[in-house]
Design a binder for this molecule. Structure first.
Ligand SMILES: Nc1ncnc2c1ncn2[C@@H]1O[C@H](COP(=O)(O)OP(=O)(O)OP(=O)(O)O)[C@@H](O)[C@H]1O
Length: 510
């Protein structure tokens, strides 16, 4: 989990670096317009900017290559780059602090002074001038800008980089330690001049005009106390920044962690929703034929409640009834109030259902079971190739007979299957919105049902039209003669001869 969190947000690294870079360039610009940049500072900031640009370029190149290459390389590499960046900023910081003051020694920047026990002594580059007063006067520079820029960089390191609070604190302490030691250990002549000039600003014009520089300095040094020393002011500023960064880093880490946890939750929820959607789709495909399920899954929500129906001109309907089951079903204590009988019926119907999974019967759709009658039909999706859907139903009927025989052998029962098949047009549709049910209607269905109800247990009874189609496909029939079909009158029906090799056919199937 922690590892995952550490890798989190690594995608925004380029943005973080861009923010840092802009702060760095801006602070360098402040030094230039503050007239604080010496040659060395120009070189130092130039080198630092080149280094940072190089890092940004390498990162952009890496991000570009990562996008093209799969799988993605480990994310912890980004953290390594981040540390490299912080390190380069750290060096830039040292450049700004140290080189600025080293450059002061090398270049003539004017006069400075020291306060010793209330007495002022003028110095040129830390050496007392031999000819008395300093000719150039005291330089008025905004040396505090350096510290302010450094503080800006310090804050940007800790605000923009998504490092851990402890890592940020360590970097900040390191930077502050370097800054404070530079402040207190280096002579800082510019800072002393700045203090004097600030003090001078507060005096009236007469005082400034009528007194020599050394007298003014003497006056300043006599009033000097460590309480108004700019070094103490900057030290407070640095400590304030340290506390601010510590608090802010902790706060942003907490927010990042909460954010991460929420994101994980959201991702898990999305995965759950997707899984549920898949389950619903599978369930819908179990309840409805695939092409009907597809219609409901893709239909606009408001059109889902509208009636779905379709005319199918060329279908084949089969009814298969388990004839001996009613005698077998008895509610008594021995079979747990009929529960065992239902269990067996469930197993038989389950076996019939599994037969439909075979690719050969892919075009057959189970419609429902009515008590002990299994009802199915083929050609409902409208994609009929010749008479293949009728042949599939005929083969399915034979498979059902064989399957039941197999079940009888293993359960020591004598169930019989009475099957009726008919071909013709039907109307198919989905009834109900809350509990949708796919069904078929029409004379073809009624006659198929009658073929079953007026049939002979263990035999497949078909109509004249069905027989004609199947005969062309190599199936054999015997004429049963005229049968009085309820509502239809006398009908000539045919009984299919189950091919002798049907057991091998079954073996081929399973
Ligand atoms: N979609 C269907 N699902 C189940 N059975 C059906 C379906 N359509 C028709 N049948 C069955 O077909 C048989 C014949 O229907 P038909 O409408 O010709 O007669 P009926 O007057 O309803 O007969 P019965 O009085 O025997 O129910 C009926 O037993 C009916 O249950």
């Amino acid at each position: 989990m922690e590892q995952k969190f550490l890798q989190y947000k690594s995608d925004v690294l380029l943005v973080e670096i861009a923010c840092l870079l802009s702060i760095f360039v801006l602070s360098s610009y402040i030094l230039v317009i503050g007239n604080l940049a010496s040659e060395v500072v120009y070189i130092a900031s130039g080198v630092a900017i080149v280094v940072i640009f190089l890092i940004v370029f390498l990162l952009a190149l890496k991000a570009f290559l990562d996008k093209r290459r799969k799988p993605r390389p480990p994310q912890h590499l980004n953290r390594f780059y981040k540390f490299m960046l912080v390190l380069s900023l750290f060096f830039a910081f040292i450049y700004f602090i140290f080189l600025r003051f080293l450059s002061f020694r090398d270049n003539q920047v004017g006069c400075t002074f020291q306060c010793n026990n209330g007495n002022a002594s003028i110095l040129i580059n830390n050496v007392a001038p031999t000819n008395g007063e300093c000719a150039k006067g005291l330089q008025y520079v905004h040396i505090e800008l350096i510290f302010e820029c450094v503080l800006l960089m310090l804050l940007s390191v800790c605000v923009f980089l998504s490092l851990l609070a402890l890592e940020k604190l360590l970097i900040t302490i390191l930077l502050c330690a370097v800054g404070l030691s530079a402040l207190w250990l280096l002579p800082f002549p510019d800072l002393a001049n700045r203090q004097f000039n600030l003090w001078l600003d507060q005096q009236d014009l007469d005082f400034r005009i009528n007194r020599s520089l050394i007298v003014q300095l003497q006056e300043y040094c006599s009033q000097y106390s460590s309480a108004n020393d700019l070094r103490i002011f900057f030290t407070f500023l640095v400590f304030f920044a340290l506390v601010l960064i510590a608090v802010e880093s902790r706060r942003s880490e907490m927010i990042a962690r909460y954010d991460f946890i929420w994101k994980l939750h959201a991702l898990r929820e999305i995965a759950d929703i997707r899984r549920m959607h898949d389950q619903n789709r599978k369930m819908l495909e179990n309840i409805l034929p695939a092409h009907v399920a597809a219609h409901f899954l893709t239909a606009e929500p408001k059109t889902r409640s509208e009636l779905y129906c379709e005319d199918r001109n060329n279908t084949c309907v089969i009814f298969a009834t388990l004839t001996e089951f009613n005698k077998f079903y008895l509610e008594m204590d021995a079979n747990n109030d009929g529960m065992e009988c239902l269990r067996l019926l469930n197993e038989i119907i389950g076996d019939f259902d599994t037969l439909l999974n075979h690719p050969e019967f892919g075009c057959i759709e189970k419609i429902k079971t009515i008590s002990t009658t299994f009802m199915a039909a083929s050609g409902l999706n409208g994609e009929v190739v010749g008479n293949s859907h009728v042949v599939a139903v005929a083969k399915f009927a034979i498979a059902l007979l064989n399957k039941l025989e197999h079940i009888n052998e293993h359960s020591f029962n004598h169930f019989k299957l009475r099957i009726g098949i008919n071909v013709g047009p039907v109307v198919a549709g989905v009834i109900g919105t809350e509990k949708p049910h796919y069904d078929i209607w029409g004379n073809t269905v009624n006659v198929a049902s009658r073929m079953d109800s007026s049939g002979i247990p263990g035999r497949i009874q078909v109509t004249e039209e069905t027989k004609q189609i199947l005969e062309q496909e190599g199936f054999e029939f015997e004429c049963r003669g005229e049968v009085n079909v309820k509502g239809k009158g006398l009908m000539t029906t045919y009984l299919m001869k189950v091919p002798s090799g049907s057991q091998e056919f079954m073996d081929d199937l399973f």
